[in-house]
Design a protein around this ligand. Structure first.
Ligand code: F1P
Length: 344
């Protein structure tokens, strides 16, 4: 199951699942998973929820650690709590873990930093082996956390059914991800051109459905964090319940519109924005020419299996935030007011 090369340049090790061994019994008996995290890691947790529900059919909830720690949550028997953190030091996540542990939950963590406080508190889990983030904003942690959830889902399928054989296409789907990421990075210039057009905007709206809904949240967060542009991420279907009022020619609307089960609905949402004079940037699947006629700008990403789409669809959004920030003279590695690990 150690399928990932870790990073595109291959300098880091694969994600290993050996750290789950001392939780095998609890995982086998698990009836419910609660994921706790903050910021970008919380967005990865949402992808994890969709993935575990789709692939393993386990009920999953995703909670902001900063809320969970102050509530009196109900933790039933056979609940596993997974804490996700890039730094492994986020105070809210650590406090939420202690809250869950006190109520008898079995703990796991998904962390970058070996021996970090959160990893030690969990006592079991997955290390990403991608090294710490160099800048403050989380980027490679997000994609690696999603890869970890994919491997974790396969691990659970194997654990729960000894006769289960992983379909070869599920293995090749993850094996081909690094090359597909490289294809996107090779076309970074296209994103730079889009950024030049919108660099002076004051607001942006990010919309996605299904697996791309957390990606919309993450795209908006990256823009806020490093370029200080006000941005909101929403499930595309929620647009008509409020954000539609914001649409005008001055606000770019970024749609994650890949060819998956939500595609037809997303095209309808794009039309709703265009008919109100909005400017649309679409992240679409390679070969999708139909969408090109409907939007103002399109960036194509390679095709991949549904649950893995977020790993690819988030990268153009990370690049967009980066280019917007650089064009506006912001320090992308040290954004104002943000700490690398939020330890208070
Ligand atoms: C959580 C987080 C990051 C964000 C920033 C502040 O950190 O919200 O997602 O980019 O660095 O902290 P972590 O628990 O994943 O280390």
């Amino acid at each position: 199951l150690n399928l990932m090369r870790g990073r595109v340049d291959g300098n880091h090790g694969p994600i290993k699942l050996g750290g789950l061994i001392n939780r095998e019994k609890e995982l086998l008996e698990a009836k419910r998973i609660i994921i706790i995290a903050c910021g970008t890691s919380w967005h990865a947790g949402l992808v994890g929820e969709y993935m575990l529900e789709e692939l393993v059919r386990l009920p999953v909830e995703v909670e902001y650690a900063s809320e969970f720690r102050y509530r009196n949550p109900i933790i039933e028997k056979n609940t596993i709590v997974i804490a996700i953190s890039q730094s492994g030091e986020t105070a809210d996540t650590l406090a939420a873990m202690r809250q869950a542990k006190g109520k008898g939950a079995a703990m796991l963590s998904i962390c970058n930093v070996v021996g970090s406080s959160i990893a030690r508190e969990a006592g079991s889990g997955i290390y990403l082996h991608i090294g710490p983030e160099i800048g403050v904003a989380s980027t490679k942690a997000f994609t690696a956390q999603i890869a970890a959830f994919y491997l974790f889902s396969l691990y659970l399928l194997l654990l729960k059914n000894k006769d289960y054989a992983i379909p070869p296409e599920m293995i090749s789907a993850i094996r081909t991800i690094p090359d597909k990421i490289q294809t996107i990075l090779d076309r970074e210039k296209e994103i730079g051109e889009i950024a030049k057009i919108y660099k002076d905007t004051n607001h942006a709206l990010y919309l996605g459905r299904g697996f791309n809904y957390p990606v919309a949240l993450e795209g908006a967060l990256k823009l806020k964090e490093i370029s200080y542009i006000h941005a909101e991420g929403y499930p595309a279907a929620e647009m008509k319940h409020g954000p539609i009022a914001l649409i005008d020619k001055n606000m770019p609307v970024i749609f994650i519109a890949t060819k998956d089960s939500t595609y037809g609905k997303i095209l309808n949402n794009i039309e709703e924005v265009k008919s109100r004079g909005g400017k649309v940037i679409a992240i679409a699947t390679e070969g999708d020419r139909k969408i090109t006629e409907k939007v103002d700008h399109v960036f194509h990403i390679p095709e991949t299996s549904g649950v893995l789409i977020p790993i690819l669809s988030v990268i153009p959004l990370q690049l967009l935030a980066y280019h917007m920030a650089v064009l506006r003279g912001c320090d992308v590695d040290k954004p104002r007011n943000l700490a690398k690990s939020v330890t208070v």
